[in-house]
Unconditional design. Sequence first.
Length: 255
Amino acid sequence: MKINLISIIFMVIFAVCSVVDLYCLIKEDKKKNKIFKPMLMPLLAVCYVLTANQVKPLVIAALLLGCAGDTFLLGEGIWFAAGLLAFLAGHICYMISFIRVGLDSMAAQTSGTLQITSTVAQAVGSHTLGASKTAGMADIALLFSDMKFTAVIYISFLILAGIIVIRKLPGKMILPVYIYALALVGTSFMANVCMRKAGNVFIPAFVGSLFFIVSDSMIGIDVFIKEHGHTYKMMIMLTYIIAQTLITFSWALCK
């Protein structure tokens, strides 16, 4: 991770803007919130670019999609669905990045005994599986081979969340919300895999993914079950900022 004067300046700006936005939520200052909230993820993206050992375009894309989602969620009605779609795309970017690193780490750890073919990168990165699709899928299956118990925990969470929320969801929102919930939990699962395969550098990312689940679960409760006050909304934003910051921190450390 590279630290210099410029990166420190942008990290301070990000921290100050985050505090100001949280203060705006507490004071219910919607006008200033609309200014500061969309600034946060682009600032975090700049911090990432300035500090990362190796800049990964998909991580930048995930943060900018987070900015789009933040902006859309400032509106109502169809804008909520647009925000959901933007965050869904962001989670897909994170998941692909985690899979790539997990496969690279597995290949390095088993060098000489396991052949990870170039088609694996195609399966994850170029969207062209070709004739070697079976080999690529076998390598990905091996990546998840010791995660069965963890998968059961995540699946149980999805089922429990579905039982609690499904009765409150409008009919047209059931499928989009479930697809998004799957991606949200998928990001955390992939971060967990990456933490196990690539080492402690991804512990912050895994913890951040759990904060993401907490933040979005709070949004679901607020939107579909019972609307809460400004302190609750501030907590949603706080857990979201922590989530994105921890995930980005891991990617900045990643070589």
